[in-house]
Design a protein around this ligand. Sequence first.
Ligand code: ASP
Length: 275
Amino acid sequence: MHGGAGPIAEDTVPARLLGCREAVQAGWMVLSHGGSAVDAVEAAVVTLEDNPLFNAGVGSPTNSDGQVELDASIMDGAQGAAGAVAAVKRIKNPIRLARRIMQDQRHILLVGEGAERFARAHGITLCDPQDLINPHPRRPEQQHGTVGCVALDHAGRLAAATSTGGIANKYPGRVGDAALIGCGTYANHDSGVSCTGIGEAIIRVVLAKTVVDLMRPGVPIQVTAKQAIGILAEQTGDEGGVIVVNERGDVGYARNTTHMPVCWVRDGGDLVTDI
Ligand code: ASP
């Protein structure tokens, strides 16, 4: 699980790491009861969408019109299936809607009003747009916190999911990498990836798919994660972070920002966190 790349006010670090731990525990609960990787990443991401400290769901920054617009995507590596939503204003847990779109199989990405109509038709209650607005405006260094998760389940299936409120003061209708399969989220039989950072840069280097394409047998996954962030930095001059898990359960992560809270668990062992 990652909780977003970017500068983080030191006084919020413990709470952010705690949030990531709670999310990983929610995902692990699913996996340890025989649930699928897709169920696990959805459960973990919902936990942080509901946590106002993170830039996803409740707690997202507003656009230049003062509204919250959310992006999210999910990919099932075993099935090669994906679902995504962009610029939704009335969905408290956009990752749940992305999952529903994936299950429906007709489309991959729904945006704005159409996505919200699909939600209503599939039993997802719409919220008041005001409910997503953080009552306590953030300092700039607190505005990061896109969330993402990758899971590998008992059957060897990988899944990845990412959810965000995007970038503060964005142009209305702006869609970032978190809604785009291959950019913010990607999973196949061999690896799963979730990205965070400046969406416009991540899209230009198709970062999540780039990480997957860089994976080589015998090359440590951490080296590959760093290589991908090197490509992002070199080709765009911008900042971001990635988390990646392979089919053996190896974990990699890298960032070229000052912070990116991460947490993971393997085979029911201790939770590991880093910032
Ligand atoms: N990648 C997200 C976006 O550009 C923002 C973030 O990760 O902080 O929408």
